[in-house]
Ligand binder design. Structure first.
Ligand code: AMP
Length: 662
């Protein structure tokens, strides 16, 4: 690959990762990989300096602050640290320092894997705390930091002004407790303590932040008009006397001792209450630091040694397949228990079939696992020398392990998905879709009620909606007699929605509102549609071979047939209510604006099928405007001219003959 293309590819990757990390608090790769990739880019840019641009990820320290908190410009920037990955790199750093400083002494500190904060005191009172942000500008999270018990709110004998820098973290024990609770509550788990800490500090409600029990450890004086010190270690001891929780900071004269300390810390990382992702080596003498100064990003007097993620070997005892709420089959390796990065792990992520095939992972294999930032470890590689004879490549089942229905691969990815119309694993989602506005439009039947109906086993299959015990439903949280009554009549009304909505509600692959409409314009009833051959289906306007096959497969599956029969018994209408093509909106000009829930082209088609003309601008001749989210000037103009404005849902109702023409 030529250098420019390679640089672009690396930048794109890094930008995505840092957005996920800093802005979304949801990293997708271990830090180690990020750092290595950044290094790769730095090296390339060094080779080709003419290709460096100001917006390259090498040119900035971190992510952009979010806008929900007030921004704070740091009086003294919170710099980043140059990473080193190998002993030669550490030696090279020390040699560079020795060119300007004779007999340097080194402060050695664990690199706490949390998030950096600046704490500001006036006359000994904690007045402001901010996150690092991009190093220059951070977010004001004072109220949340006040909830951190290890941060002193008042200092005795403090200088008039003092800004210290430290690392906020969530102790591993607190993190594990938090995740255990989230698991019990069925909420998604936090990836790692650092993300949990970052998420907690950015809670807009300090009460939530308080409940997260964060901690903080201090490692620097940023600014002070108190006593001056010659060394960092003396300054840190002073902070300790003032009442700050200060980081461990032994001092060494000899670089060999530093190397030993790095190795020892690497071994004993687990003994600390917080995650450690490296070790920081800093020059102790403050005047010498001044002398060496900093580059645009890093001080020249310190480096961070990065530990690679810990890896261990284990054996895959079994592969289990779980079915998620969206029907995706996820394989998980059950491994012989190993201690890894502070916890005992018993399973590892296998992602999907492609991942398994690429690494050729088999049951019985000895594999290398690592945990780097995420809660469940990854399988890094297979140790082929220990493969048992007679083992077979692993293939995910082609039937859903929960309901037995056929499994198909997504058109656009590596996910395998269960197609069961009544699959219990997907029930909440299936019903949510069934009841949605564009499908059976059951008002008041939202996700939280559905969750409860499913959990309390009042509904075990979609068609149970029509036969459930309404007295029991009235006892659900947030429902009550009256709402239960309303809901019951909404469910009752949905029986007569007609074929288009029913087909949409089935959630058959490839069959959305538009295809459902085409089909029910051709077939007067569901039974007629079910009897149609693939040829008859492809003869319908806009129905291609793939959709026809998807329909045939769906109707052939036992679960689908069962669902259809149950709906028939419940009295749900199977009849088409479509008017003949091309009449409903004949002669009308319609304008679309804003973001709609489906592609504009699809909505345009729906309108044109009924004879409407879709125009790009609003005038007196416009029949009506369909406005989605964040609609702009066209909506304003429509309002000025008094042109009727419909939401997307209004439009669907109009097309279904459930609404008067505006
Ligand atoms: P990096 O994020 O890899 O650029 O590393 C720099 C970050 O390490 C700083 O922003 C701090 O948040 C963090 N850090 C953790 N412990 C220390 C420490 N003892 N000294 C300096 N920085 C530390």
């Amino acid at each position: 690959m030529e250098a420019q293309a390679q640089i672009n590819a690396l930048r794109e990757k890094l930008n995505l990762w840092s957005h996920q990390y800093y802005d979304l608090d949801a990293p997708t790769v271990p830090d180690f990989e990020y750092d290595k990739t950044l290094r790769e880019l730095e090296e390339l840019e060094e080779q080709f300096p003419e290709l460096v641009t100001p917006d390259s990820p090498t040119q900035r320290v971190g992510g952009q602050p979010l806008e929900t908190f007030q921004q704070v410009r740091h009086e003294v920037p919170l710099q980043s640290l140059q990473d080193v990955f190998a002993p030669q790199e550490l030696t090279a750093f020390a040699q560079r320092v020795c060119q300007s400083v004779s007999k340097p002494r080194w402060v050695f500190e664990p690199k706490v894997d949390g998030l950096s904060v600046a704490l500001e005191y006036e006359d000994g009172v904690f007045v402001r705390g901010a996150t690092r942000g991009n190093g220059e500008v951070g977010e004001d999270v004072t109220e949340n930091l006040k909830t951190v018990r290890s941060i002193p709110l008042k200092l005795n004998n403090a200088p008039r002004r003092l800004i210290v820098r430290g690392e906020c973290y969530m102790a591993r024990t607190v993190f594990e407790k938090l995740n255990r609770r989230r698991e019990e509550e069925g909420r998604p788990l936090m990836a790692n303590p650092r993300n949990a800490a970052a998420g907690s500090l950015r809670q807009l409600d300090p009460k939530v932040a308080a409940s997260r029990r964060l901690d903080c450890v201090i490692f620097n004086i940023q600014l002070s008009d108190g006593p001056a010190f010659d060394t960092d270690s003396a300054a840190l001891d002073y902070l300790s006397d003032l009442g700050f929780p200060v980081i461990d900071h032994p001092v060494y004269d000899d670089l060999n001792d530093v190397s030993q300390a790095i190795a020892a810390l690497g071994e004993s990382r687990e003994r600390y209450p917080f995650d450690i992702d490296g070790a920081v080596v800093k020059l102790d003498s403050l005047p010498d630091r001044e002398l060496l100064g900093a580059t645009a990003k890093f001080p020249r007097w310190a480096v961070a040694w990065k530990y690679p993620p810990e890896q261990k070997e284990s054996v895959i005892e079994d592969i289990v397949v779980q079915v998620g709420r969206t029907g995706v089959l996820t394989p998980k390796a059950v491994i012989r228990p190993v201690r890894l990065a502070g916890t005992t792990v018993t399973n590892a992520t296998l992602h999907n079939q492609d991942f398994i095939t690429e690494k050729d992972i088999r049951i019985g294999d000895t594999v290398v696992v690592q945990k780097a930032g995420e809660i469940i470890p990854q399988v890094v590689s297979v140790n082929l020398s220990r493969r048992q004879s007679g083992s077979e490549p692993y293939l995910l089942p082609n039937h859903c392990p929960v309901c037995g229905a056929a499994v198909v691969r997504d058109e656009d990815g590596s996910a395998l998905r269960c197609t069961g119309a009544e699959c219990p694993a997907q029930l909440v989602r299936t019903i949510t879709h069934f009841a949605s506005r564009e499908a059976m439009d059951i008002e008041g039947l939202g996700p939280s009620i559905i969750e409860q109906l499913v959990e309390k086993k009042l509904v075990n299959r979609p068609a149970d909606l029509y036969t459930m015990d309404w007295e029991q439903a009235a006892a659900l949280e947030g429902l009550g007699e009256k709402s239960a009554g309303n809901l019951r009549s909404a469910v009752e009304q949905s029986k007569s929605r007609g074929l288009t909505r029913l087909l949409t509600a089935f959630g058959i692959r490839q069959v959305g509102v538009s295809a459902a409409r085409s089909l029910s314009r051709t077939f007067p009833t569901l039974d007629a549609l079910m009897e149609a051959s693939e040829e008859e289906l492809t003869a319908v306007e806009d129905i291609g071979g793939i959709t026809a096959k998807s329909l045939k497969d769906w109707f052939a599956a036992p679960q689908s047939r069962h669902l259809v029969e149950e709906l028939r018994n419940a009295g749900v209408s199977f009849d088409s209510t479509e008017t003949p093509a091309g009449t409903l909106l004949a002669g009308k000009t319609v304008v679309l604006t804003g973001t709609l829930s489906r592609p504009r082209s699809e909505v345009k088609k729906l309108l044109e099928e009924q004879g409407a003309k879709v125009s790009g601008s609003v005038s007196k001749k416009t029949g009506f405007v369909v406005a989605g989210e964040a609609a702009g000037s066209k909506l304003t103009k429509a309002n000025e001219l008094g042109i009727p404005v419909l939401s997307e849902e209004d439009l669907i109702s109009l097309l279904n003959g459930e609404r008067e023409m505006p």
